[in-house]
Write a protein that binds this ligand. Structure first.
Ligand SMILES: NC(=O)c1ccc[n+]([C@@H]2O[C@H](COP(=O)([O-])OP(=O)(O)OC[C@H]3O[C@@H](n4cnc5c(N)ncnc54)[C@H](OP(=O)(O)O)[C@@H]3O)[C@@H](O)[C@H]2O)c1
Length: 259
């Protein structure tokens, strides 16, 4: 049964489901199958990037029978070395993804390690023309984000950054929240020791897997999470984190794995 009830967080240009499918290192027919499987299981949020080389496969999966493009939250990203070629890159993403708009377009990394307000300004123009509903950044520091805000008066809707229990940093989350920025956490599982005691304890208490506890922990912190898998059973397992909650004590115990 498709799940149409994934909770969302508000962005200036729409609503982002708190759980999505990551697709980095999902390649060729594996990528297409993973995305169409996820959509059939009920995912309504897919994260890709020009740099992943799989937008065409994601685009084909979006034509899965019974799936309405308007129900799917679709993210892609501008490679940092495409700064200055934003429009051409976005046009290529849209063709590959078989759509006339993205839901979220991110600057994948600060180009040349710089904030680049000029790139941000061109993102704003693309958004104003309807080519993407929301715009954001990835791998930006708060200082770099503040440069974008100072130059244009507009904060990114999202910053997509590595996030997992060992990365937990309440001050960093608060700094994003103060600026009205939603944090998306990437590599949630890869960065985590799934044998860590508080994770295993919560998994036992809820009869779920440690991986599910980690993904649920992100959601408890209002961090959007985008686990990648190409295996049907894991794609399903990861979606099932919408079906339980962690107690405040369990969240606090997992928080202690961070700094
Ligand atoms: N903006 C950026 O710079 C950036 C950087 C990295 C990632 N990302 C995005 O974030 C997404 C997620 O990050 P990620 O792919 O680096 O790492 P991840 O989602 O933390 O981990 C993916 C790995 O975990 C395995 N896995 C998935 N579900 C599992 C489960 N329930 N139990 C055990 N293992 C499981 C996957 O293997 P199988 O596929 O074999 O199941 C894969 O090896 C990416 O796919 C990408 O969309 C963005």
């Amino acid at each position: 049964m498709p799940d149409t009830t994934t909770p969302t967080l508000s962005l200036p240009g729409g609503h982002i489901p708190v759980l999505g499918l990551g697709t980095w290192q999902s390649e060729g027919s594996d990528a297409e199958l993973a995305v169409s499987t996820a959509l059939q299981l009920g995912y309504r949020h897919v994260d890709t990037a020009t740099g992943y080389g799989n937008e065409a496969q994601v685009g084909r999966a979006l034509t899965t029978r019974g799936i309405d493009r308007d129900d799917v939250f679709l993210t892609s990203k501008l490679p940092p070395d495409h700064a200055g070629r934003e429009r051409q890159t976005l046009a290529e993403s849209l063709v590959a993804l078989t759509t006339d708009h993205l839901d979220l377009w991110l600057i994948h990394w600060p180009p040349g390690k710089e904030a680049r307000p000029d790139v941000w300004q061109r993102f704003r123009e693309a958004r104003d023309e309807g080519l993407t509903r929301s715009i954001g950044v990835s791998n930006y520091s708060i200082a770099q984000i503040d440069e974008l805000i100072a130059a244009t008066g507009e904060a990114p809707a999202v910053n997509q950054i590595p996030y997992s229990p060992v990365d937990h940093d309440p001050e960093l989350l608060a700094a994003h929240r103060e600026r009205g920025i939603v944090v998306e956490g990437y590599s949630p599982l890869k960065r985590t020791d799934l044998d860590a005691e508080p994770i295993v304890a919560a998994a036992r208490a809820h009869g779920v897997t440690p991986a599910q506890v980690v993904l649920r922990w992100h959601i408890e912190h209002d961090v959007v999470v985008i686990p990648k898998s190409v295996r049907r059973e894991r794609i399903e397992e990861n979606l099932a984190v919408l079906g339980f909650t962690l107690t405040p004590d369990e969240v606090a115990a997992i928080d202690t794995l961070g700094r």
